[in-house]
Design a protein around this ligand. Sequence first.
Ligand code: PEP
Length: 256
Amino acid sequence: MSTRPRPLVAGNWKMNGLRASLTELEAMVTANNTALSSNVDLLICPPFPLLQMASSMTLDAAKGRRISIGAQDCHTKESGAHTGDVSAQMIADTGATYVIVGHSERRADHAETDAIVCAKAEAARRAGLTAIICVGETHAEREAGRALDIVRAQLHGSIPQGMGASHLVIAYEPVWAIGTGLTPTAADVAQVHALIRAELVNLLPQVGADVRILYGGSVKPSNAVELMGVENVNGALVGGASLTAKDFLGIAAAYL
Ligand code: PEP
């Protein structure tokens, strides 16, 4: 019998952050005390130029890794003539252990299809990284009553066969909730997360119950307790509020 997956609160810094911003990461590391770290895993995904520094500063010789570090995207291939791209292997080489794939901003800005997202998740697995696969409907799709169909199709198209629970996290991020201050109702979140859990068990019968499902979209300290308390919500993917230690830890405190 499987137990409830251990929660993960992940921060996506997007295209924000210079070296000076790492003082916020330092503050997160310092504040991640035993009370917090025994209940929840923390992850920060800074932009590529900060990845190596972030990885080094979160690794404590005595205490191990205090906060996990991840990237926001990877290429499908390990190396080659792909100017400007970064492979999963290169990300792993910095000491990072996670990579976000299929964020709606990449699906929109870079025309990433489910097939591309699937190949990126596969590349992440080959490199030993955990892939956070993002899915979620647009406002028009929700208004048309198609949210569940869209999310189901994205899951089927984006998850490689035979993924292990430790190499996969799903983030449900309604596109209309990202950076807008809007959030779905707890009942709507519960409905989509129940569908995702059922599809995970269907697609990955051995491990589907153990894969973490994050909610993302305008999570803040003030709504974290309600959203994190929803059935089948195993943590959060946080954009704007992950840029400061105060807000990020305020969200993680939902697990204290
Ligand atoms: C995101 O971009 O993954 C996200 C959830 O952003 P925000 O928290 O700012 O809505």
